[in-house]
Design a protein around this ligand. Structure first.
Ligand code: GLP
Length: 241
């Protein structure tokens, strides 16, 4: 793991966006794994700025998102489909047909999930996967558990995750309790992983990820085993290291 502590979210965004832009400008058909949540938003703003300045084009980029809520339609204002379009895809020149976001309501869950991993492999694998981290150490929607999950699958969300995200839905009762997420195995196949964490509420999860044992009780701890995991933290998130 490469751990870098930055003064603030803006500095993290400059570095993370720089890593992505360098990849896109140096590879023919790059594949990027995107994440939702507040953590990568400043990075996405930086990418949009660079695109508007003519410094990068996403025409040849294929994207795969980590996860999507079940039960709500993709047109819902809280779907990750909407999030990604509003915060990034509608503001750059990525081709809609190259965008992959899990279907939260597939007719056949198993078939869909197998197909998602297969498609990532067919595209040559993910070059850079962006991650945030949940307060309980989850990545994507891989919640603390007894095992490290392998492939994309349907997951039941924990109370901690519902509590952290229900503000977007107005109340816990309106928030979906299940999601489709890439598995830990799918995430670990990415050539480079950039995990962004900001704020004191992430400090314990960050400490467990970096200093704790590698255990599925803190899913992000598996990143200790990745050959190119870059952990970009602000001072608060790094405060327990
Ligand atoms: C959700 C997402 C994760 C994200 C996490 C942290 O659970 N599924 O991918 O990393 O929230 O979100 P935030 O960045 O808003 O703290």
């Amino acid at each position: 793991m490469e751990i870098k502590v930055f003064k603030n979210d803006e500095e993290i965004a400059e570095k993370a966006a720089g890593d992505i832009i360098s990849l896109v400008n140096s590879k023919n058909n790059p594949v990027i794994g995107f994440a939702t949540g507040a953590s990568p938003v400043s990075t996405y703003k930086r990418i949009i700025k660079a695109y508007n300045e003519g410094k990068v084009s996403f025409k040849n980029v294929t994207s795969f998102n980590l996860d999507e809520y079940c039960t709500i339609p993709k047109s819902d204002k809280n779907s990750y489909y909407t999030f990604m379009h509003e915060n990034l895809f509608d503001k750059i020149d990525i081709d809609e047909k190259n965008i992959n976001i899990p279907d939260g309501n597939p007719a056949n869950v198993e078939e869909f999930c197998n197909g998602y991993d297969k498609k990532i492999a067919e595209k040559g694998g993910i070059d850079i996967q962006i991650l945030g981290i949940g307060r309980n150490g989850h990545i994507g929607f891989n919640e603390p558990s007894d095992i490290f999950t392998e492939q994309t699958y349907k997951v039941k969300l924990t109370e901690s995750t519902v509590e952290a995200n229900d503000k977007y839905f107005g109340s816990a009762s309106l928030m979906p309790k299940e999601a489709i997420t890439m598995g830990i195995g799918s995430i670990m196949k990415s050539k480079t992983i950039i995990l962004i964490a900001c704020g004191i509420e992430k400090a314990e999860a960050v400490r467990d990820m970096i200093k704790g044992n590698v255990t599925p009780e803190c899913p992000a701890s598996i990143l200790q085993k990745h050959s190119d995991a870059r952990i970009y933290l602000d001072e608060d998130a790094a405060s327990l290291l």
